[in-house]
Write a protein that binds this ligand. Structure first.
Ligand SMILES: Nc1ncnc2c1ncn2[C@@H]1O[C@H](COP(=O)(O)OP(=O)(O)OP(=O)(O)O)[C@@H](O)[C@H]1O
Length: 977
């Protein structure tokens, strides 16, 4: 099947007399029946007649239903995420390896801090004993053996203890380790720590060139009482102090830094989630998928699943580096991995929360930095205030503090670092004796808690585009699918969504003559269930912006808010006030089944906002929307009944959307895209239609459901002429091709309601007409709302046209109604007769005899002629019937008169605009009769006559000018007041 160029003749080119007779017939009907229900209404789109079988669209060929399931959506979205990550390999590698590189830096820091002369025992020695040394004042000795008292290290250590605890700790020499252990056993209360020097290093007398501690030149083992220190005491114990002093300053810094560093490394995790979410929100991809029936849970779960699977790899690599880099040696690597993994789950949730706070991807760096401050900051503050110095926290307080994931992971890593520095390690045997055990289970709790918080905030604060759920949504049984579906539309007044006559919108309160502005449409012939498939009543939308950026400057902004509050009168500048802008001002419209409503308006008129409200993606400030018999969430309700949480899903099953901007995944092919959306929508092909069976004479009904679905999707792409390129990535498509794919997606799954926001923008003329053909062919059985800036498109496709201006409906009616009511009127075009220059004399003779019967075959020459046309007489005849007729164009070959039908208020002289137009139209037959008789008598020098209506573009421009003039008049009146 293909659409040939000759089918694409424009509909309203120069009208002939023949087309005029048709127009005249329509012009005389006061109330016209609404659109034809004919599927092959090709003349409307100016697309000529087509072979009905070869032009069968996917919709006309297959019986399709939409039955989405969360499980299928989850699988499809996860596959999509995997594909995207594999195809965007550089980005994925960067995301995985970023934390790993950072961890490597930690290893380099450790290596450089320890220096080459560092000598430590490589094996852990047993602790002194398990007797208790509880007093901090009575433990007065630090014992040593293996070095004489004169050794410089002894005086260095002595000096250290004296400085930190004057007269409390003194060094005491023992002949050997056994003697020192015996002394400890005899009086543990007087013992701080014991050091066994295993011998001086070879360069004992040479101080460390890096200026490090003398301890770096010795081999030693520290012995301490394992049970002396509780979990909380470890960090402030004298053992740790001694250890710190022995191991050396640089190494000590690294141990303290480890915890901060590990938290810092996870930045890549929350940035990854935040970026994906913010981008898909900003590009409205998420909104589009939602409009296609995607439930938010599978979307979030698939995203989290991908990120957390990635986290497993990230954490495994981090652990590998920690152990290969010998930052940790004695600790069980699996414990460290589980700690990191559990923390990473919370980081994934942080990213989601960040995307709620900052929806703009450009600001994701700010959000990421805020999360970093939160994580590192909370750990640092708790470390300093709750766990630092001699402070003690109760186990309950500690548990509560561990509700902050960064505190739990920070404490665990810091503890492991210190135990490792003491040549010990955290294993499953001693896991519960330190903070690691508690951190482990609290991190699991945190992961669940923060994931819930992220899930909740994402639902309640979806951002600019999204259906904000009520704060108690998760407590409502309908969210979880329990109970019978309650359609809130049932509580509305009957006529809201099933009116017997198309509503005459209220229009703007100050619109003059407003009863004349809207066409009354008789819908009595439309079955009640097919009426008002889309019904909007009194929709209003108020956006608020500001205050100015000055108020968001940290601290200074706070003072500014207090001492210089934002005022709405200040409209610009850093300290502008909060502005309210009403962009939709009480919109009323209805679209019936089998109808396309063209929605026109200047830039910023509010078309996209209105469409987004009808889709359920933007909450209206007031008004009600009923789509396919369902009252949309966010609508005003007549009663107190809450809108069922399943409403949007119910509506979305039968809704197709083509947003203003392409919402496609660039790395997927067109084929993968339609497959993805088909799964999201739960498209099932039940079989072929009768016409479809005839068209596919080769195929029979025994095809598998999968084969049928593939054929349907194939046909869908064929409908928009993308079949040839279906296996190429969307990124390689031209703008027009992307638009065509977006249009195909809007018709996927046989939707009963289709919302198209400027679908043909950027398409070339030929492509545009292909898409028009698809829309026209797909109109049957659907209500289509089409916004466009192309008057030709609205004229060709729109059964009715609504014009929005500055947030309110200016007018609504058929193209003919609008042209009659607001156009310049009719254009009467006359083709002039001419004769060859060489026959001037003969022509003159004839003219003198008032005989214009020239031998045309002999003397007429179209290219080198002179005009025989009698302009004066012709104009007189025209003005006899239309006194205010004027000449619009006058060339050598043609003359065009404008015959105005809409008069000014003065001209109407008390008559309504409709009555005046009717009077004017009735003058047309008389004018034509007059002209015909003159031409038949070979007078006037007229070769042919044509009549055309004013164009829609002229109507639009005229309405805009009228609106502008009224606006200026209003402003002037207000100023005068
Ligand atoms: N999130 C927002 N916050 C504040 N104002 C907004 C927001 N979105 C839209 N507007 C304003 O609402 C008005 C209507 O915008 P809308 O996008 O609906 O117009 P439109 O008729 O679709 O225009 P166009 O034809 O250019 O697409 C504009 O003045 C716009 O600046």
């Amino acid at each position: 099947m293909s659409l040939s160029a000759q089918h694409l003749a424009p509909r309203l080119s120069t009208s002939s007399s023949a087309s005029e007779s048709h127009s005249l017939h329509e012009l005389h009907s006061q109330e016209r029946p609404l659109m034809s229900h004919n599927n092959n209404n090709n003349h409307k789109a100016g697309l000529g007649e087509e072979d009905p079988v070869s032009r069968l669209t996917a919709q006309a060929s297959f019986n399709v239903v939409s039955q989405p399931t969360a499980k299928q959506q989850l699988v499809a979205l996860t596959i999509k995420n995997i594909k995207i990550r594999i195809r965007d390999l550089a980005q994925t590698i960067n995301a995985v390896f970023q934390p790993v590189w950072m961890m490597l830096v930690l290893v380099f820091l450790h290596l450089s801090a320890k220096g080459p002369a560092h000598h430590m025992s490589t094996t852990a020695l047993p602790f002194l004993s398990d007797k208790t040394c509880v007093s901090t004042t009575a433990c007065t000795y630090f014992g040593y053996t293996g070095l004489p008292a004169t050794d410089p290290i002894i005086s260095e250590l002595s000096g250290f203890f004296t400085a930190s605890e004057p007269n409390q700790v003194v060094p005491k020499f023992y002949a050997n380790e056994a003697a020192m252990t015996a002394a400890y056993d005899a009086s543990p209360i007087n013992f701080v720590v014991g050091v066994v020097f295993l011998g001086p290093s070879t360069n004992l007398t040479t101080p460390s060139p890096a200026g490090g501690s003398a301890a770096e030149l010795y081999q030693y083992t520290i012995l301490a009482n394992h049970t002396s220190y509780s979990d909380h005491d470890y960090f402030k114990s004298r053992f740790a102090t001694a250890q710190d002093n022995f191991v050396g300053l640089g190494s000590s810094i690294n141990q303290g830094l480890n915890a901060y560093y590990v938290i810092f490394c996870f930045q890549a995790v929350w940035v990854g989630v935040l970026t994906v979410l913010a981008e898909e929100k900003k590009k409205k991809i998420r909104m589009a998928m939602t409009m296609m029936g995607m439930h938010r849970d599978p979307y979030l779960i698939s995203l989290w699943l991908m990120q957390n699977i990635q986290n497993l790899a990230i954490c495994a690599l981090m652990v590998m580096i920690l152990f290969v880099g010998r930052i940790f040696t004695n600790t069980n690597a699996f414990i460290v991995w589980v700690l990191l993994i559990l923390f990473s789950f919370s980081c994934t949730a942080f990213g989601t929360i960040g995307a709620v706070l900052v929806a703009d991807p450009k600001k994701s760096n700010t959000a990421s930095f805020m999360i970093l401050i939160f994580t590192v900051g909370t750990f640092g503050i708790c470390q300093a205030l709750a766990f630092g110095g001699t402070k003690q926290v109760t186990p309950t307080a500690e548990t509560l503090l561990y509700l902050l994931p960064s505190v739990a992971i920070g404490r665990a890593i810091a503890y492991i670092s210190n135990v490792e520095a003491a040549l010990g390690g955290v294993t499953f045997d001693n896991l519960m004796s330190g903070p690691c055990g508690k951190a482990l289970y609290m991190l699991a709790v945190d992961a669940v808690l923060f994931t819930f918080i992220a899930w909740y905030l994402d639902a309640v604060f979806p951002g600019e585009f999204g259906n904000a759920l009520p704060f108690d949504f998760f407590l409502r049984p309908s969210y979880w699918g329990f109970g019978e579906y309650q359609n809130a539309a049932e509580i509305l007044p009957h006529d809201l969504h099933r009116s017997t006559e198309t509503v005459t919108p209220a229009g703007a309160p100050d619109t003059k003559d407003h009863s004349d502005m809207f066409e009354k449409v008789n819908v009595s012939h439309i079955p009640v269930e097919d009426r008002s498939i889309i019904s909007a009543r009194g929709i209003r939308k108020v956006y608020t912006t500001g205050p100015g950026w000055g108020y968001s400057v940290p601290l200074a902004g706070l003072f500014a808010r207090i001492f210089y509050p934002p005022k709405s009168e200040r409209k610009t500048g850093a300290f502008s006030g909060v502005q309210r802008q009403e962009v939709v001002k009480g919109l009323d419209l209805e679209v019936h089944k089998n109808e396309i409503l063209g929605f026109l308006g200047h830039n910023g008129a509010g078309k996209t906002t209105s469409l987004s409200i009808i889709m359920g993606m933007v909450k209206s400030s007031a008004g009600s929307v009923v789509v396919n018999g369902h009252l949309m969430p966010g609508s005003d309700t007549a009663g107190s009944r809450k809108v069922d949480m399943r409403t949007l899903s119910e509506v979305q099953k039968t809704m197709g959307v083509c947003p203003q901007h392409d919402v496609l995944f660039e790395t997927l092919t067109a084929w993968e895209t339609v497959q993805l959306y088909a799964t999201i929508k739960g498209v099932k092909v039940l079989g072929r239609t009768a016409a479809g069976s005839v068209a596919s004479s080769g195929s029979n009904g025994s095809q598998s459901p999968k084969a049928l679905l593939d054929e349907y999707l194939d046909r869908l792409l064929d409908d928009v002429y993308l079949k040839e390129k279906k296996h190429e990535r969307v990124a390689t498509y031209s703008g027009g091709m992307k638009r065509k794919l977006s249009v195909a997606l809007a018709f996927l799954g046989d939707p009963k309601v289709v919302l198209l926001d400027e679908p043909t923008t950027g398409m070339d003329v030929f492509t545009r007409k292909q898409v028009w053909q698809l829309m026209q062919d797909s109109k049957a059985g659907r209500a289509i709302l089409l916004t466009t800036h192309s008057m030709e498109e609205a004229d060709a496709l729109g059964d009715r046209i609504a014009i929005l201006s500055d947030g309110h409906l200016q007018t609504m009616g058929s193209s003919l109604f609008l042209k009659n009511r607001f156009g310049l009127g009719y254009r009467l075009s006359l083709e002039k007769r001419r004769v060859m220059l060489t026959d001037q004399r003969q022509m003159q003779v004839h003219r003198n005899n008032n005989n214009l019967e020239i031998q045309a075959t002999n003397v007429l020459d179209e290219n080198y002629g002179t005009v025989l046309f009698d302009e004066q007489s012709t104009t007189a005849i025209v003005q006899q019937h239309f006194p205010d007729a004027t000449i619009d164009v006058n060339t050598a070959t043609d003359i065009t008169y404008v015959l105005p039908t809409t008069g000014t208020v003065e001209q109407r002289n008390g008559r309504s605009a409709q009555e005046y137009i009717q009077d004017k139209k009735s003058a047309l037959p008389a004018l034509f009769a007059h002209l015909d008789s003159e031409i038949a008598a070979n007078r006037l020098g007229v070769k042919s006559v044509g009549l055309s209506l004013t164009t829609l573009e002229e109507v639009f421009v005229s309405l805009q000018e009228q609106e502008q003039a009224e606006k200026i008049a209003r402003e002037e009146a207000e100023n005068n007041k």
